[in-house]
Design a protein around this ligand. Structure first.
Ligand SMILES: O=P(O)(O)OC[C@H]1O[C@H](O[C@H]2O[C@H](CO)[C@@H](O)[C@H](O)[C@H]2O)[C@H](O)[C@@H](O)[C@@H]1O
Length: 269
């Protein structure tokens, strides 16, 4: 990896981003997966990082594997497969799973009995509507995917499940959230932001956190770090965001990673 060439993509809305990162003694980088490291694809297991991104991640991890984490709504096992077993901390299932780079075991937060009952009812509701083939079952949530579905039908599906699942959420300590390409009902009380906060607790005091993500679920992480670091939103926002900076798309994220590497080479990590 060429460390000597300066490559600094501009971070929208934060013109002094690289100066601020460089001025910090230690940094932590949190990266969302879908829509951030990998462009969307109708088939979730075909959503691969852009060419060259895995190599960049390997270089960042080789420098300091404890200062970076991939934070996803996907199960850890899927992220690990898509990242070709990259030895990096992975937070999966919106924070409910954690896998450390040196440990094959995955730490899982279990939903309560009440939440499990609610998820079961949520499954039944979706099956009754005939959406079974669009469901994804995870440790603490059920997602209904609509990518690839005709836009009007997708909207009908999303609205109906959002309404039904929101009712159930109130009764079973769950929450219903929209995401890019569907709707998800998931356990309340823990999210990406909490999981990132837990990781930061084990970082050196004064660490400067940067978090890059594209989706509504990343807002929890943006909020957690906003007082002490910088959240970067990928793409344009159709809702208010707690991120301070912006990157256009996954290609821009790749350029960001290149700049991050050259930065840690020139001003230390
Ligand atoms: O937190 P993320 O890493 O952004 O994960 C969010 C969801 O990503 C996956 O779904 C999304 O990407 C798929 C592949 O491009 C796409 O088909 C789908 O429409 C997107 O919503 C994943 O399947 C979900 O489990 C994650 O929650």
């Amino acid at each position: 990896m060429d460390c000597n060439r300066e490559r600094k993509i501009e971070i929208g809305n934060v013109p002094d981003f690289w100066e601020r990162v460089c001025a910090s003694g230690t940094r932590f980088l949190g990266l969302d997966y879908d829509g951030t490291l990998a462009p969307f694809h109708v088939d979730p297991m075909q959503a691969r990082p852009l060419s060259g991104v895995l190599e960049l991640l390997r270089a960042i991890v080789a420098k300091d594997k404890m200062s970076v984490a991939v934070v996803s709504g996907r199960p850890v096992a899927e992220v690990l497969e898509l990242l070709e077993n990259l030895p990096v901390t992975i937070i999966g299932s919106h924070g409910f799973e954690l896998r450390r780079p040196d440990d094959d075991t995955c730490i899982v937060r279990s939903p309560s009995a009440e939440q499990k009952e609610g998820l079961q009812k949520a499954k039944t509701k979706a099956l009754q509507r005939g959406y079974g083939r669009k469901l994804e079952f995870k440790i603490a949530s059920i997602a209904m995917h609509t990518r690839g579905v005709d836009a009007r039908l997708a909207s009908t599906m999303e609205e109906s499940m959002f309404t039904e699942w929101s009712r159930l959420a109130l009764l079973y300590d769950l929450e219903c959230r929209r995401f890019n390409g569907g709707v998800e009902i998931r356990c309340a009380g823990w999210h990406k932001g909490d999981a990132v906060s837990e990781l930061l607790f084990h970082q050196p005091p004064g660490v400067f956190p940067v978090y890059v993500g594209d989706d509504e679920t990343d807002e929890d992480a943006f909020r957690i770090i906003q007082e002490r670091g910088i959240g970067i939103k990928v793409g344009t926002s159709s809702y208010p965001t707690a991120a301070k900076g912006f990157l256009k798309d996954c290609q821009a994220v790749k350029q960001f990673l290149e700049a991050w590497i050259s930065l840690t080479c020139t001003c230390g990590s």
